[in-house]
Design a protein around this ligand. Structure first.
Ligand code: FES
Length: 101
């Protein structure tokens, strides 16, 4: 069963941006969309680009390497519909953001 792990503080991720974090053996991309937080696997399925460093447009993140687009709420790739990255559940407790891994 997934266990919620502290990933960041709310103030660490400003609205409209993302960040990359390492939790155990996973690299996770965490995004703030208008005060709602979403987490997906950081590794782009195209050639491994860091999605957490990508530009955020609403709920879409654009991979900084070649522009593949992913919905951060689901992990679904919009550029190649057959591709999906793992999405993780997120909850906020006080000023802590926790991700279920
Ligand atoms: S590595 Fe992400 S679009 Fe190429």
């Amino acid at each position: 069963m997934a266990e919620y792990r502290k990933a960041a503080n709310v103030k660490d991720v400003s609205s409209g941006s993302g960040m990359v974090m390492q939790i155990d053996d996973k690299r996770v991309a965490l995004f703030n969309v208008g005060g709602n937080f979403y987490a997906i696997d950081n590794t782009c399925k195209h050639r491994g680009g860091p999605l957490g460093d990508g530009e955020l447009d609403g709920t879409t993140v654009i991979c900084p390497w070649h522009g593949w687009q992913y919905d951060v709420t689901s992990g679904q790739c919009k550029t190649n519909p057959q591709v999906c990255v793992t999405r993780y559940d997120v909850k906020v407790e006080g000023d802590e953001i926790k991700i279920a891994l």
